[in-house]
Design a binder for this molecule. Structure first.
Ligand code: CMP
Length: 140
């Protein structure tokens, strides 16, 4: 299996509770390397573009409002099978369905305020990474 990159966001419910380090420890324990990271405040336009695929969903407005409600930490994670590995580390979108030991089981507050985002495929990862990082900000 080749080394892959995935895109991650630590969401406002996580930064608000000072969980960046705790979540990063789970990421690193899973063998993923944080090769880029920055704490930002997303603009409404950035959040709407990022989640454009969910535009028609009833929760779209709530999702965008939440993502701009506080700081987020955007990251690039690298490792073997990084996309699927990180999805396993995050756990199910709905924390009540997430497996024990996962980030969402341990920390998420609800299906909306679910602490982390991770890309769903390598192609999506490349698009999402390019939205927030230039090449020279990623140091593998
Ligand atoms: P994420 O992996 O960031 O991708 C889309 C997000 O939409 C998802 O995590 C959830 O935070 C959010 N989401 C999904 N379903 C719902 C829902 N039913 N109500 C509110 N937010 C949701």
């Amino acid at each position: 299996m080749a080394v892959q990159r995935t895109f991650s966001i630590l969401k406002p419910d996580a930064t608000e509770r000072n969980l960046t380090g705790a979540i990063n420890a789970l990421i690193e324990k899973a063998g993923l390397r944080i090769v880029a990271q920055k704490r930002i405040r997303m603009t409404r336009e950035q959040a709407e573009t990022f989640y454009a695929v969910h535009k028609e969903r009833p929760f779209f407005g709530e999702l965008v409002d939440f993502m701009i409600s506080g700081p987020v930490v955007v990251q690039v994670l690298e490792g073997e099978n990084a996309v699927l590995n990180y999805r396993d580390v995050m756990g199910a979108t709905d924390p009540s369905k997430a497996a024990d030991g996962t980030i969402r089981k341990l920390h998420a507050k609800s299906i909306g305020e679910n602490s982390v985002h991770g890309s769903d495929a390598p192609e999506t990862a490349a698009i999402e990474i390019a939205q927030f990082f230039s090449g020279n900000e990623i140091v593998g």
